[in-house]
Design a protein around this ligand. Structure first.
Ligand code: HMG
Ligand code: MG
Length: 362
């Protein structure tokens, strides 16, 4: 089995993740999430959608999000656009890449973008041409490539057909998406085999939702097919509002843990990513949906607690009971430490504590 040495991760949490939140997420949190992800080493971040706010209200602030982020050199910020109006918004907001999103199933196409697959391609054609003219990277997404919530199984030939049409539009990259997270690894190879007959493997990506807990196994299957681009969502956030029952993408923390274990580089800092996953989950008021992220966060918390305990116990406090401040000296009547020294004792290094002890009357 030959696995790639390097994998590119497209972090889709700010878009695919947050779009499914039922409560409004503030623009400030979206901006902070994107900036934190860029600082952790993500070179591709799906930051916004320029879709109808009537269809996806959570994504209505795409322009404000793009205006608020600190653009980090070398990072590609992408956004979904369903039509020319969306493209105009995305260009004005300064995105680097736009994503046209089609589907391999007619029913999902109707539910998600209110038109047939053929109509969607007619709609995407001027979008693709204008995006190219504006010098933007163009990505095409094939939703329900591995199963549809309305039609069930999807034939690899249907995937090949949509990939061919997106390739014809001039897409630079094409995503093979398991929108509802139903696939098992044996479905992955036929879908990619069909896609690769129409489009270069090195520009195809795997976009796996984790509804049935199969996303990491599907990533592994795709790696074995030679796929080198994967989408994932911080803390496993997300789902598609028009795909009933679908949960979030494969969690970025789980993906990074797998790739690190396999010795595959990504350029992303796992520890920083775990911290971001915990941070955004706290903001959203729930536990992160990532086994690796939660396990690593618990481990980090245990290590921090034991380090603190070691600091606290290595040089014991000179007062065995509670200190009592003498107002005339501003020091503890028992041990002689100042109020500030008592307050900071638990966070001082052993050397600092010894230095303080040396100044106290014996
Ligand atoms: P429609 O209702 O057929 O079109 O929607 P319309 O032209 O009648 O527009 C409806 C309203 O939206 C009008 O406003 C338009 O002006 C406005 P009104 O007159 O009623 O006030 N409008 C827009 N506003 C802002 N930006 C725009 C825009 N376009 C129209 N770009 C449409 C058709 C495609 C617009 C609609 O169906 C839509 O926006 N769908 C988006 C659905 C969506 O975002 N789904 C989630 C993303 S896909 C996904 O998550 C899957 C993916 O992750 C891969 C995977 O996992 O499979 C990518
Ligand atoms: Mg998705």
């Amino acid at each position: 089995m030959t696995l790639p040495k390097h994998v590119r991760i497209v972090e889709v949490g700010p878009r695919d993740g947050l779009q499914n939140e039922s409560e409004p997420v503030s623009t400030a949190i979206k901006i902070e999430l994107i900036d934190r992800l860029a600082a952790a080493g993500f070179a591709e971040i799906e930051a916004a959608s320029f879709v109808s706010p009537r269809w996806v209200p959570q994504m209505a602030d795409g322009s404000a999000v793009m205006a608020g982020i600190r653009r980090r050199p070398g990072v590609r910020y992408s956004a979904l656009v369903p039509n020319l109006r969306g493209l105009e918004g995305a260009i004005a907001a300064g995105v680097d890449e736009v994503v046209v999103f089609g589907a391999a199933s007619e029913s999902f196409s109707q539910r998600n973008i209110n038109c047939s697959i053929a109509e969607s391609m007619d709609r995407f054609r001027p979008v693709a041409a204008a995006a190219k003219q504006a010098g933007l990277s163009l990505r095409g997404s094939v939703s329900c490539a591995l199963g549809c919530p309305f039609e069930g199984a999807v034939a690899p030939s249907a995937v090949a057909d949509v990939v061919a049409r997106l390739a014809d539009l001039g897409c630079d990259y094409i995503d093979i998406a398991d929108t509802i997270g139903v696939a098992t690894p044996n479905h992955v190879l036929p879908a990619f085999e069909a896609a690769v007959r129409q489009f270069p493997l090195e520009r195809l990506s795997g976009h796996f939702h984790d509804t049935h807990g199969q996303a990491i196994a599907n990533v592994m299957a795709a790696l074995e097919c030679g796929v080198t681009i994967f989408h994932s969502s911080i803390a496993g956030l997300g789902g598609c509002p028009y795909a009933p029952g679908a949960t979030g993408n494969v969690a970025t923390e789980d993906l990074l843990y797998l790739l690190q274990g396999l010795g595959i580089s990504t350029g992303v800092d796992l520890e920083a990513t775990v911290a971001i996953g915990q941070w955004i989950s706290e903001r959203l008021g729930r536990r992160a949906t990532t086994r690796a992220g939660n396990a690593l966060a618990s481990r980090q918390a245990r290590l921090a607690a034991s380090r603190l305990a070691a600091i606290q116990t290595a040089v014991p406090s000179p007062c065995t009971s509670v200190c009592t401040i003498d107002p005339s000296t501003g020091r503890c009547a028992g041990c002689g430490r100042t109020l500030d020294q008592i307050a900071r004792w638990s966070v001082m290094s052993d050397d600092e504590k010894r230095a303080v002890l040396a100044t106290l009357p014996s």
